[in-house]
Design a protein around this ligand. Structure first.
Ligand code: IMP
Length: 208
């Protein structure tokens, strides 16, 4: 069965993520479910080399297990001077005993010799929409910025306090959450997904 937009299972148990997606699609007739509705579905190991690999792996698994169209995401921080690291390893950077703060302190430490002009980085989020027959679409949201010398702000999570977002002239950690959630890499990928949904609904309607 190819991509169907009447019902989508979002491959997450994170209620924050699910609420964000629901909010964006509230004007549509799509019935949205999350993995919290399917406790029998196991976690998928995120061992891909790219965000695309991981998002597709999760969405494919859920779509084929449940026989419905599935949406999954993967995201992380890519530092140019570190050849894109931590990238897909963002959540695991520093090992299992690290919390968010230890992780960004470790990253600052790793970058302490890197000069001001070479600290560019981007937050990336890839969303994969996959049908049970394997038909797929990818949506990639990016926020460009640079890694600060020391943390600024206490908002957000993960690497937010050390990521200076050029467009807003402040760190993600200094932005209020509503603003960050409107402009983040995740919001951008989601917006592309929502635009795809809108286009699909329009073209279906015009075909009668
Ligand atoms: P996941 O896509 O939920 O698996 O997130 C991957 C990891 O990337 C998170 O655990 C964070 O370390 C990092 N990350 C992703 N998005 C953000 C963000 O918006 N702010 C800070 N860190 C993030």
């Amino acid at each position: 069965m190819s991509i169907q937009l009447d019902k989508i299972v979002v491959a997450t148990r994170n209620s924050g993520k699910f609420i964000e997606i629901k909010k964006l699609l509230q004007e549509t007739d799509i019935k949205l479910l999350s993995l919290s509705d399917f406790p029998e579905i196991p976690e998928v190991v995120e061992d891909g080399a790219t965000f695309e690999d991981n998002a597709l792996k999760k969405a494919k698994f859920v779509a084929s297990s449940l026989g419905v169209t599935a949406l999954a995401d993967d995201s992380g921080l890519c530092v140019d001077a570190l050849s894109g690291r931590p990238g897909v390893m963002s959540a695991r950077y520093g090992g299992p005993n690290c919390n968010d703060m230890r992780r960004f302190v470790k990253l600052l430490e790793e970058m302490k010799e890197i000069g001001a002009g070479h600290r560019t980085a981007s937050f990336v989020c890839v969303m994969a929409l996959v049908a049970p027959d394997g038909e797929q679409r990818l949506f990639r949201g990016v926020c460009e910025g640079r890694i600060l010398d020391e943390p600024r702000g206490t908002g957000g999570f993960g690497y937010d306090p050390i990521f200076y977002f050029e467009e807003f002239g402040m760190s993600f950690g200094e932005m209020d959450l509503d603003t960050k959630n409107r402009v983040s890499h995740r919001a951008r990928a989601l917006k592309m997904f929502a635009d795809f949904v809108e286009e699909s609904v329009k073209s279906k309607a015009s075909q009668g």
